[in-house]
Design a protein around this ligand. Structure first.
Ligand code: MIG
Length: 806
């Protein structure tokens, strides 16, 4: 049978030589092997469906009767899917695959697909379904799929996009780009995460289009009843992920594409950066200022000016005559030094990195043979092909000396890849793509990820037995395994602070939790007020770094007057106090794949009030944050999810499920604690490791009812936790109007440095007259009541099993 040719040109407006769209024919045959199903059409189209689990289904289409070699940079080797339970049936006009959770129908007539949940609700349904276009210029098939929009459907995800949280009505593009001073609705940006989450009828599912070519997603933008996505080459290859909870969708996607290892605890401290701090004297002065002013800080960054003429893996002799000594001196004061490394290697016959790259043919070449040349900071450069295993190994090896110098972290920039002339490489540049040779069209979106991977491998190898720390600007799905990230060259404006909030949440639900923004803005100078508001938000982001471009003035926490310095200190101190909470949340992310930041809709998808809001977000299990992103505000309205919450600053009990007013002058950020929660805190330290933790504070918030909280602790560095040298503590609270009980259960065998816990009870609706610790009554004199705060404080053995207050 002939291909059906449709002339409709509804999706792609920018392709030349369009021949019309080609569609699958009729299914003639099918094959079923374990959890693989193949459907063969009369026009050489094949659909391969693989049920990875009861909830994750892969759809892969071939148009020429054969599948090319299967390969993906996104998928994690560590992923171990749980075998699905399957049933397969042929009916007159369709095939049906049933798992424990969903039902997949494949129609014989045109290969179209529909997925239902077990209650019969349609989750997704093909509109025109899979189709493609042959692009004569490149020889690529432009692969496309279109799905019907379901009633009341909303869309989330896609990485760092600078749009409203809910993507319905938008078209977005994935083509990693260096976007200095981007703005709201600028697209594409630095990262490429072709994964979205759909939510309708309170049911969530995920859609991961694992294709690294330039891709587009259209969420009911061009046609209000159709959501479609397509790529300018490669395969139609997507994973459907059934929730039904939003959080499960993100967790499964993250398991599929990989989770990072735990970072060193210090990486969750405050970081100070600038383009650029130099010479040595300046770096020392900044570091000394933190200690003198008692503003906690763990890391200081050296941007491109530390190098000799921007040559990677060199040091400027004038500015940093003795880097090892400087880095050691900084380390004695608790500072970890982090340096930037870009991909561009200066073309310079006398430069050893260039010589090695050239001699071993490690650099990218144009289609006809010459090396790819482009200007970046060092002038004309060649660029390593990180898609070759031996190039990654070479690159990893280059970090040996930097790490021996005492460098604790590496920051990869410009890896979209960015070049000054045309923005990025020409399309014809060749890549090995781990043995699947291809052009820049396919490799562009994964280039930054493979650079980050090689960097990570090197830093990890030489940092051992300590944990590596790396950050990257660009990446593709799965990059979260290799590096933390930031949102790129933003601007010191209120709108950009608003964006930082959305982008970090969006990255988090797209599997990439270890993210932050340049606090205060990279371009231009913030007012003191903006800086403080932004910092107050930034301390709740997993990656917390002030960074700015040097030609726009000072941007250290003390740059905005004494009052603001005090406020900056206070918020950074709060981050250090909450470090065990943040670390626990990170551990949950690395263990379960759950997002560290949760948009409001993730906190209650059964309440449609949450679907369009985006300022409020959850951090971990028990905190809700909502930044103030306007000048001269005394507070703000926000939507508190259902349940009972305490306002962190006053302990006022607030009932959720409605809009509430949060009083928050510049010294506060709207912050709520879930009733029943146990929030762990450490004493303020100027940096991680400054002194041993001598007491753990547990803030216990009363609730009428039961609640469970978690605390994860370990050495904060090294790999002992992988062999059980860690503690997972569970705190089960049960409260009534007359009583509160806290039970602690501990697993793991790490021995913390503290022996006691300070317990602070919040919001008790009764007066304590009896305290029982592990069956022993505690004299009333041992429990201190603060009438104004309505708190009770007592010190207990850290190994308590049960605390009862009546
Ligand atoms: O073309 O290294 O996003 O954080 O300070 C600018 C200099 C290159 C862009 C990064 C920014 C960094 C800057 N880089």
């Amino acid at each position: 049978m002939e291909n059906i040719i449709h002339e409709g040109n509804y999706m792609i407006n920018d392709l030349t030589n369009r021949k019309g769209e080609l569609f699958p024919g009729t299914i003639l045959d099918c094959k079923h092997e374990n959890n693989n199903f193949y459907f063969y059409c009369d026009n050489n189209v094949i659909l391969h469906i693989k049920a990875l689990t009861d909830k994750i289904i892969r759809f892969r289409y071939a148009v020429d009767g054969d599948f090319p070699k299967d390969f993906s940079y996104a998928l994690s080797d560590a992923y171990q899917p749980e075998k699905p339970t399957l049933e397969f049936k042929e009916k007159t006009d369709h095939f049906r695959i049933t798992t424990n959770r969903i039902i997949i129908t494949i129609w014989k007539e045109n290969l179209s697909v529909r997925i239902l949940d077990k209650s019969g609700t349609i989750l997704i349904e093909d509109e025109r379904g899979f189709h493609w276009e042959y692009d004569q210029t490149t020889g690529n098939d432009v692969v496309k799929i279109s799905k019907k929009v379901q009633s009341g459907e909303h869309y989330y995800g896609l990485g760092d996009k600078a749009f409203n949280m809910n993507l319905r009505g938008r078209r977005v593009q994935n083509w990693g780009s260096d976007t200095y001073g981007y703005g709201k609705n600028s697209d594409p940006l630095y990262k490429n995460i072709p994964f979205y989450i759909g939510l309708h009828q309170k049911i969530a599912y995920g859609m991961f289009f694992d294709n690294s070519f330039r891709s587009y997603f259209d969420f009911a933008a061009e046609r209000s009843n159709v959501t479609s996505y397509w790529a300018q080459g490669g395969e139609m290859n997507y994973y459907f992920i059934y929730g039904p909870e939003l959080i499960e969708v993100t967790a499964q996607y993250t398991n599929l594409t990989g989770k990072p290892e735990l970072p060193p605890l210090w990486a969750l401290g405050y970081h100070q950066c600038k383009w650029s701090y130099y010479p040595e004297q300046k770096v020392k002065e900044i570091a000394a200022n933190f200690r003198e002013r008692q503003i906690p800080c763990d890391a200081i960054y050296l941007d491109i000016d530390y190098m000799e003429g921007f040559r990677c893996f060199t040091w400027s002799k004038d500015r940093f005559p003795d880097p090892k000594r400087m880095v050691q001196e900084l380390a004695q004061d608790g500072f970890k030094t982090i340096v930037i490394i870009d991909p561009g290697i200066k073309i310079d016959k006398d430069y050893w990195v260039y010589q090695e790259g050239l001699a071993n043919d490690y650099f990218c070449r144009r289609a006809d043979g010459p090396l790819m040349k482009g200007s970046v900071w060092p002038g004309l450069c060649n660029f390593p092909d990180y898609t070759r295993p031996n190039v990654r190994e070479w690159w990893a090896g280059l970090f040996k000396e930097l790490i021996a110098t005492g460098i604790k972290g590496v920051w990869n920039d410009m890896n979209e890849p960015a070049v000054f002339e045309q923005g990025t490489f020409p399309d014809d540049v060749r890549f090995d793509h781990d043995g699947h040779p291809c052009s820049h069209k396919k490799a562009h979106n994964i280039y930054g990820m493979q650079m980050a991977r090689a960097t990570y491998q090197g830093v990890k190898k030489y940092a051992y037995p300590n944990r590596p720390f790396t950050i990257t600007r660009s990446g593709y799905s799965g990059v979260q395994r290799f590096a933390a990230t930031w949102t790129g060259d933003n601007i010191a404006s209120w709108e950009h602070m608003w964006l930082a909030n959305i982008q970090c949440q969006r990255l988090s639900i797209s599997g990439y939790s270890f993210a932050g923004s340049d606090i205060g803005g990279f371009i231009e100078t913030p007012s003191g007020e903006l800086y403080i508001r932004w910092l107050a938000l930034g301390v709740f982001h997993p990656f917390c770094r002030t960074h700015s471009s040097g030609d726009h003035g000072e941007q250290e926490p003390w740059s905005f007057g004494d009052e603001n310095t005090d406020l900056a200190r206070k918020f950074i101190q709060l981050r250090y106090q909450l470090m065990p909470y943040m670390y626990t949340t990170f551990w949950q992310y690395t263990t379960f794949g759950t997002p560290m930041l949760k948009p409001l809709v993730y906190l209650d998808q059964y309440d449609s009030e949450t679907y369009l809001r985006m300022a409020e977000f959850g951090l971990g299990d028990n905190l809700l944050v909502c930044p103030i992103t306007q000048p001269e505000a005394d507070g703000r309205w926000l939507y508190l999810p259902r349940g009972n919450w305490y306002y962190y600053w006053t302990d006022e009990l607030v009932v959720g499920g409605k809009e509430v007013w949060a009083e928050a002058k510049l010294d506060r950020i709207p912050l709520y604690v879930q009733a029943g929660a146990v929030i762990p805190m450490y004493p303020i330290r100027q940096y991680v490791g400054e002194k041993a933790i001598e007491e753990l504070t547990l803030h216990v918030y009363h609730k009428n009812g039961a609640h469970q909280s978690t605390l994860f602790e370990d050495a904060g560095d090294g790999y002992g936790y992988q062999n059980g040298e860690c503690l997972v503590k569970k705190f089960a609270t049960v409260g009534t109007t007359q009583s509160l009980n806290v039970q602690q259960t501990v697993s793991g065998n790490f021995i913390p440095t503290y022996h006691t816990c300070k317990i602070v009870l919040h919001g008790l609706p009764f007066e304590v007259t009896l305290t029982i610790i592990d069956d022993q009554a505690l004299p009333l004199s041992e429990i201190i009541r603060d009438e104004t705060q309505n708190t009770y404080t007592l010190i207990v053995n850290a190994n308590f099993l049960s605390l009862t207050f009546r």
